[in-house]
Ligand binder design. Structure first.
Ligand SMILES: [Zn+2]
Ligand SMILES: [Zn+2]
Length: 243
């Protein structure tokens, strides 16, 4: 069974997956190389054992220490082809808020963003917009494109049902109080489609980059509520436009 080791890299949790090989999911905020090494050492892993650094997406809090971690480990750095430029130029955009709190939070975030230096990193592998296996890196699982929070967001789904979703879901104060939809997204409709896809593919436990893991049942319930609401809206619309 694949061992899962979370390492807190500032605001972001990166996950170290150990099986026949070692894969790191996400690279945290900038200047977190030492925190990363401490986390590896607690798991009795040497940096050279890491074969792949996989970014769920290239927002600054997920790629900030990518260059540093790549240098420390010598591992291959991979990100979706749509976000390679963001990593290589160190200039990821910020996604819009999709809730009132998300909009307020993001407005404040935009004010401090110019003060944050995001080091660029050279990408070794641009992930295609399709499912790809991780056997090559010794992990029984797949990379699944799950756009919505950003255009090139991916999730890592283990064969045993654990799924690492980056910011496709959130479960942490001050972002959210309960597990659920992200408060920032390029396209909330695509987030919901990506959630649906993960449910269909057999995901069981969701590991967000911000917050604690939670059951896929939370997402299932949220999808049911959304489709019920859409249904009520359809009925209301047909009543309003009736004869
Ligand atoms: Zn993000
Ligand atoms: Zn994030």
């Amino acid at each position: 069974m694949t061992e899962i080791r979370p390492i807190q890299l500032g605001f972001d949790t990166c996950y170290v997956l150990r099986d026949a090989g070692i894969v790191v999911v996400d690279a945290g905020q900038p200047n977190k190389g030492r925190a990363f090494l401490r986390g590896l050492s607690r798991a009795a892993i040497t940096p050279e054992e890491v074969g792949l650094i996989l970014l769920t997406h290239a927002h600054w809090d997920h790629m900030g220490s990518a260059a540093e971690i790549k240098k420390l480990t010598g591992a291959t750095l991979a990100v979706h082809e749509k976000e390679v430029d963001w990593v290589e130029h160190g200039n990821p955009p910020l996604p819009p808020g999709v809730t009132t709190w998300g909009r307020i939070f993001m407005a404040a975030h935009r004010l401090v963003m110019p003060l944050i230096d995001v080091p660029p990193a050279e990408v070794d592998r641009a992930l295609p917009d399709e499912t790809s296996a991780l056997q090559e890196f010794g992990i029984p699982g797949r990379v699944i494109p799950t756009p919505g929070h950003s255009p090139g967001s991916i999730s890592v789904l283990l064969d045993t049902g654990e799924v690492f979703v980056g910011d496709l879901a959130m479960n942490r104060f001050p972002l959210t109080l309960t597990p659920g939809l992200p408060i920032f997204a390029d396209d909330l409709h695509r987030v919901v489609e990506s959630w649906r896809r993960l449910v269909e593919l057999g995901a069981q436990t969701v590991f967000p980059a911000h917050g604690k893991p939670f059951s896929i049942d939370v997402i299932r319930q949220c999808l049911i509520q959304r489709s019920e609401k859409a249904h009520e809206k359809d009925i209301q619309n047909s009543v309003d436009s009736g004869p």
